[in-house]
Design a protein around this ligand. Sequence first.
Ligand SMILES: Nc1ncnc2c1ncn2[C@@H]1O[C@H](COP(=O)(O)OP(=O)(O)OP(=O)(O)O)[C@@H](O)[C@H]1O
Ligand SMILES: [Mg+2]
Length: 272
Amino acid sequence: MGKISDALEKYKKERAVKTEPLPLNKPATSRELEKNRPAPIDFVMPETYSPKLITLSSPDSLDAENFKVLRAQILFAKDRKRPRLIMVTSVFPGEGKTFVATNLAASIAQGVDEYVLLLDCDLRRSTAHKLFGFSNLVGLSEYLRGEKELSDLFLKTQIKKLSFIPAGRPSPNPSELLASNKMKTLLHEVKNRYDDRLVILDTAPSQVLAEANVLSQYVDGIIFVIRAQKTPREAIRKGIELIGKDKILGIVFNDYQQPFKSYGQYYKKYYN
Ligand SMILES: Nc1ncnc2c1ncn2[C@@H]1O[C@H](COP(=O)(O)OP(=O)(O)OP(=O)(O)O)[C@@H](O)[C@H]1O
Ligand SMILES: [Mg+2]
């Protein structure tokens, strides 16, 4: 309890949220941007975050340590270039994609060098905002529908080097929005704007919906989440095949014990 309260206290002190300044004309580092950042004024940062953000709430736990290991494997792999645009996905709903994406983003941003942008691309059932204590009124779907500018979307989180773009209100046509040229341009923009920033995408399940497969074409690497002992082997094989194994950076065996969430017919098909 002591550690959680200390952590909460520490992050309560940094409560102001603001949008990120408009992108500069030339590529800059996130560190330079940080220096020139105006004083935060716009919103009040949520006072607290979910305990499920364990890299913050329980930094000394085994789970938090596991995220540090995952972070090191992504950032310091010997056999490949460091990926800049990473998506987290799984074949089915409720396997822990959001848990992994948010905690991985937080863990990387707590390191010394890397800045991180977490982009919630689950335009149907987004939940990443809840872990940071945000509502989900404006985000990616409003931008893709042309209702908001990119600069309106960035939120500062309780972690200094972690920015967040929520998914926004649920959209009736998420596959079309994510497959649009606007989305492609956005990913290119956020990936290449700052050379010391990693972008992490939280996505919808790959075998149930088309979105993750569309996004997989644009990313440098994929983290695949599997519910240990639950996700059927054949479904994993198919999921990896569909998404392309060349880009898979690693597989996370999430051993969390909680009933799977229902996803209508898909749930019945695969789990009954
Ligand atoms: N390792 C874990 N430890 C604690 N809680 C976890 C863990 N993994 C998942 N959970 C919890 O299980 C639930 C489902 O996880 P999560 O929302 O991350 O799954 P998801 O794959 O993103 O689901 P969806 O497909 O609906 O987006 C959440 O309440 C989450 O906090
Ligand atoms: Mg999710």
